[in-house]
Write a protein of this length. Structure first.
Lengths: 427, 427
C-alpha cells in the first residue's frame, strides 16, 4: 500500500547508538570538586563555586507520611491534566483527552485516562449494581458485582481508543488535541467467554447487545465471536477498581474495537441472533463514504502512531541530540515496527520498540536524532503484525472522503521551525 | 533447600480448568425474560418480577466531563488507601503500605504505591533541582532536570520493596500489614550507564554513592557494577512524572535491590573506590546474625510471594469455587513458578502465572480451588529463574535468627475458619 521504509539508511542527523556524547558542553562542567565529600553539610561548606547548594528541602522535615492516604501528583505538575477541547461548550456528551505530550511509557495513569461520555458520568453504588444476561441463553441470570468477581480473573494490558480520534477535520495544536482520545491500562476482570459458557449460549446466537446504566443508556451490538475470543467484563484498572469515568463498577472490554463499544456502567447483555441497530450504531458510529453509503459495524481501530515528543506546542532544546519518541498501537494485534521520517515522508528509518510489545497495547517507540537546526517535518508510521501500514491522511481521504469523522488513523506530521517551535504541519 | 512441590497432584478441591460451573445456583436465575427487548424503558415496562430495575443513574445526566481535570477514584472506594501501621505514632520516619488485598494485576496505581521516608516528603521545584555527579569521573558535572530528560529514555516495569517488609515480628492482620511495603510501576528515565559513560568513569571506581535531597539526606553506596547494569535515573512513574513520595523529580532505580537504595529526591552521585558506610548502611539496613556479626550490603530482595485473595480480614463467600490469587517477585530476575498449598504446606500445586512475566516485576498468580467449608491453611511459595525457592519463616529463622528486621521473605500462611473468616495463621 505504501512505499517501503529504508531501515538501513541513516536519517539526516541520525545518531550511532554505539558511542554518543549527548550533553558534553550542555550540562555545567565543574572543576575543583574533589571526591571524598562526607555529606551534605560538608559539601555546602566546601563552597566550590556554590554550584550544588544545600536546598531548603534538606534543612527541615518534609510532609508527614499518610497526609494523603490516596496520593496525588506534585503541585508542580498541576498542568498535566485531561484536556477538554477549547471550543467544546457542552459537558455531558463530550470528551477529554490524555495529555500524550506529557506522558511516557505504555501505561496511562488512571487520573489521565481519556474520557468520552454520552450523558455524563453516572454515580453507581456497586452494592446495588446488577448485570442481566438474557436472550438466547439457557436461562436469564442476574449478577451482583460479587457474583462477577467470583469468576476466575484475568489481567491484560490493552489500549482503548475513541473511533473519533481525532476526526478528519480536527487537526489539533498538541499531541493531546491531535490524538489524545487513546489511553492504555492493565485491566482486570473475567473473560466474557467464561461467563457466557457458564450461562450457556443457545444455538443461533450471533450477537451480544451491551447496554450501559448511564443517562444515555448507550447500547452497542458486539459479534458473539469477539465475546468468545478476548472480550472481558472488567472491574479493575491499573490494579485498583475501575474509575467512574471508565465505567465503575463494570464495563465490557473489547480489545482493539472502537472505544464506544467498550460499554461502561454495564447493566445488560442480551444474546441475540441479530444486531440491535441501536441509536449509537445507526445515527452515530457509522462511516459515511463519498458515494453516500455508510459503513456500519466498523469495529477495529487500525494501526496508528504519533510522535509525542517533540510535538506541537513544545520547543526544541536547541540543535543536536534529540530523542524522538511516541506511541503506536493496532486493534489487529501487536505492533511489528514503527518507521520515522525527519524529511516530511521522503525517507524512513526504523525506530526502536520498547518492550514488552503486547497485543492491542500501546507500544512506545524511540529514535535517536541529531537536529541540525534547519526546518524539518517529522512523523511516524506504524506497521502491525498483519502487515497493515498506517496511511497518510491523503491516502485515507482518497479512499474514504471526508464525510465521516471516524476511523482516521492517518499519520500526524509535526513541523519544526528554525526557531525550534513545533507545530502541527497540517495547520 | 525445600521439599519439592507436586505440581501434578490435584489439590483438595482443585478445579479442572476445562469445564467449570462456577455460579450455577449462585447468581439469581431468572425465568420469563424473553429476548428482543428494545431498550431500558421497554425493559422496565416489562416488569418481569422487577429483577432489573431501571436505576436512577439512567434517569438523568451524570457528572460533566472535565469536572475533575485529574481523575480520582469512586467515592465508594474511599477505603482503598495506603495503610499506616495502627501503632505508628510518628509520621516523618515512617511508612505506609499498599492495600494488596484490594489490588489486582501487576501495576500499582501511583496513589497507592507504598511509602517509606526517613524525614518526610520534601517539596522540590524541578526547575531548581540539580544533580551533581563527581568523584572518580573525568570531570564533575551538574545536571538540570532538562539535561537528564534529554538523554535517551527507557521505560521498564519493576517492583520496589522495602527491606523491612514485613520484619520478623510484625505479622499483620491483613495482606497490606503483612507485606504491603512492595509495589510495582512502569518507570521511565535514562539508564544510569548511559549517563556514567557520558560523564566518563575513571579507573579504580567501584562504587557510586547516592544522596537524597530530603531532610534525612539519605545516602547509600551502590556497586558500580549495578550502576552499569540495569540501574536507572527515573523521572516517570506509570506514564506521568514521579509522585512526590517516590522522589519527585528524580530517583535512582536499582531493580531488585532493597527499597532504601533506590534513593529518592536524588541530588548527588559520587563515584568512589570504596563505599560510604553511611548512617543508613551501618546503624540501619544491616542484618544482625545470631552470632552477633552483622551482614552489610545485603542488597537483593529474594524471591517472595503472598496470597492477596482470600487474605486476612476477608471472609470467604461460602463453600465452593474460589480463585486463590496473589503476587510473586524476585530481585534476582523473573518468577519461574509459584506453588500453592491449601493444607498448611503438606502438599503443593502449581499456580498459573499471568503474563507478561517480567524481570524483577510483580507477577500475578492464580489458582482455582473449591473450598469444602472445612478449616484450612493456605499459602504460596515462589521459585525464581535462578532456582531459588521462597523459605518458610522457620527455615529462615533457623539460619538468620530474629535479631534483624530486614530481608524476611518467608511465606505468609492464611488460616480459613469454618465460618469463612480469614486470619494470619501466625497470629
Amino acid at each position: 500500500m505504501l512505499h517501503d521504509g529504508k531501515p538501513g539508511e541513516r536519517a539526516r542527523g541520525a545518531v550511532s547508538p554505539r558511542r554518543r556524547k549527548f550533553l558534553r558542553g550542555g550540562a555545567t562542567a565543574l572543576a575543583g570538586i574533589a571526591a571524598g565529600m562526607a555529606g551534605p553539610t560538608a559539601l555546602a561548606a566546601r563552597g566550590d563555586g556554590g554550584e550544588l547548594a544545600v536546598p531548603e528541602s534538606m534543612k527541615r522535615e518534609g510532609a508527614p507520611v499518610g497526609g494523603e492516604p490516596y496520593g496525588i501528583p506534585s503541585k508542580y505538575e498541576k498542568g498535566v491534566v485531561r484536556h477538554l477541547r477549547p471550543t467544546d461548550k457542552q459537558y455531558f456528551s463530550s470528551s477529554s483527552r490524555s495529555p500524550l505530550q506529557d506522558l511516557d511509557g505504555m501505561i496511562t495513569p488512571n487520573g489521565l485516562f481519556y474520557e468520552r461520555h454520552h450523558n455524563g458520568v453516572p454515580t453507581i453504588d456497586p452494592a446495588q449494581h446488577r448485570l442481566l444476561i438474557h436472550g438466547l441463553v439457557e436461562g436469564s441470570r442476574l449478577f451482583t458485582m460479587e457474583d462477577i468477581r467470583r469468576y476466575p480473573a484475568q489481567s491484560r494490558i490493552h489500549f482503548i481508543e475513541c473511533s473519533g480520534n481525532p476526526g478528519y477535520k480536527v487537526y489539533g495544536k498538541t499531541a493531546a488535541q491531535a490524538n489524545g482520545l487513546v489511553s492504555c491500562a492493565e485491566w482486570t476482570g473475567v473473560m466474557l467467554k467464561t461467563v457466557l459458557d457458564d450461562v450457556g449460549v443457545k444455538p443461533g446466537a450471533k450477537w451480544v447487545i451491551a447496554e450501559g446504566a448511564d443517562g444515555a443508556g448507550l447500547t452497542r451490538s458486539i459479534p458473539l465471536s469477539k465475546c468468545l475470543d478476548d472480550a472481558m467484563l472488567v472491574y479493575g484498572q491499573n490494579g485498583e477498581r475501575l474509575r467512574p469515568e471508565q465505567g465503575y463498577p463494570l464495563r465490557v472490554l473489547v480489545p482493539g474495537f472502537e472505544g464506544n463499544m467498550n460499554v461502561k456502567w454495564l447493566r445488560r447483555l442480551q444474546v441475540s441472533d441479530e444486531p440491535m441497530h441501536s441509536r449509537e450504531e445507526t445515527s452515530k458510529y457509522t462511516d459515511l463514504m463519498p458515494d453516500g453509503k455508510a459503513r456500519e459495524f466498523t469495529y477495529v481501530m487500525e494501526a496508528k502512531s504519533i510522535i509525542t515528543s517533540p510535538s506541537g506546542g513544545q520547543k526544541m532544546r536547541g540543535k543536536g541530540y534529540c530523542e524522538l519518541t511516541g506511541i503506536a498501537w493496532s486493534g489487529h494485534g501487536k505492533i511489528a515496527h514503527v518507521d520515522v521520517s525527519v524529511d516530511d515522508g521522503k525517507t524512513w528509518h526504523r525506530a526502536r520498540l520498547q518492550g514488552p510489545v503486547l497485543d492491542k497495547a500501546l507500544t512506545r517507540f524511540r529514535f535517536p536524532w541529531n537536529w541540525d537546526g534547519a526546518p524539518a517535518v517529522i512523523m511516524s508510521r506504524a506497521t502491525d503484525e498483519t502487515g497493515y501500514i498506517q496511511p497518510t491522511l491523503e491516502q485515507l481521504v482518497a479512499v474514504r472522503g471526508v464525510n465521516s469523522v471516524y476511523h482516521n488513523n492517518a499519520m500526524t506530521p509535526w513541523r519544526i521551525a528554525a526557531s525550534g517551535e513545533v507545530t502541527n504541519a497540517r495547520l
